[in-house]
Design a protein around this ligand. Sequence first.
Ligand code: CTP
Length: 398
Amino acid sequence: MGRLADRRVVLGVAGGIAAYKAVEVCRRLVDAGAHVTPVLTAAATRFVGPLTFSALASEDAHVALFDGPDAIPHTRLGQQADVIVVAPATARVIAAYVAGLSDDLLTATLLATRAPVIICPAMHTEMWEHPAVQDNLSVLRRRGVHIVEPEAGRLAGGDVGMGRLADADRIIAAVERALTAPDLGGLRVLVTAGGTREPIDPVRFIGNRSSGKQGHAVAEEAAHRGAKVVLVTTTDRATTAGVDVIRVDTAAEMADAVFARSEEADVVVMAAAVADFKPSTTRDRKIKKSDGIPEVVLEPTVDILAELGRRKRAGQVIVGFAAETHDVRANARRKLEDKRVDLVVANDVAEPGAGFEHDTNRVLLIGRDGTDVDVPMSDKREVARAILDVVAPRKGMA
Ligand code: CTP
């Protein structure tokens, strides 16, 4: 039996057409040896009968906060759960969870738990893309909730588009992952994030479009898995408790912050988009239009990643990023050698939905030890997980 054996899983089912697929998820969890408690919202019972779940699961399906013999079912369920998975999660359940509303058994149970929570959204494309839903999901990600992204395909009413509940395999894999003990406990991880800004004068700078999302996701995931994390970032993006944040602007400031801490780090992840060039002089007064068109002379910045490669001590793992528009694998391999790093996370920034500013990314993980992993288009937190999955067992790769 695998990781699910004898684990207590609360399976939340919200009211959407995909509720029928939760029956399959329930059966698979039970087959894997888990003790499954189904919790259906009132709307879910309009799509699929509680009896179906009761027949398959380890105990009867729960549908109401007040109707059963148990006076406080939500605290019992929340406290005893090893993991809670909500499949499908509707826009309403997601919003209620974000807001801390507990007006039914499922949302009350979500608030009454300290167990890991997995949310598997399913809804029509228009609803999925609505900023209200996307903003709510961002909040949940920041709180460490696992989101299993929906897929594109046939939806209710014959429509086709994004929003179909993730495949049962992906949901089960997410549950197994959430039940894994913190595998980075005690590890010291240094992460950089965001784009540096190289000042021309007090108001102008040379910058880039990096949002810092991927670096922040790596830092948050590492902290979630028990690592001691320092995040050197150029952004004001909020992060989870447990991540030690150092805010910088320029490549030089980032270099100072990184080199001051890299010696003691077991793993360094250079997710930041560091400027390759900076103005050779920075004016201390604003350049006026009336002075004519200024000439901005550039000079190289310090290549932090390459310097980390040179300073690398035995057992340290250095991860670099590569933003490429073509020949992604070949360029990643070259960077691996040139900068003497252990792993290159290469993304094709020309691909729609990947790279800068997006919430999703599609990357190739190319390692010195022969690692070659294609991470399909996923949430940046999911990409962070894939990176750390490669790094964790290789802690100590030469
Ligand atoms: N990097 C760095 N210091 C710099 C520039 C980049 O540490 N001054 C790091 C980034 O954090 C990232 C990787 O190097 O991990 C990205 O390399 P990239 O800028 O793509 O590499 P280049 O050698 O500049 O290659 P290219 O030819 O693509 O510009």
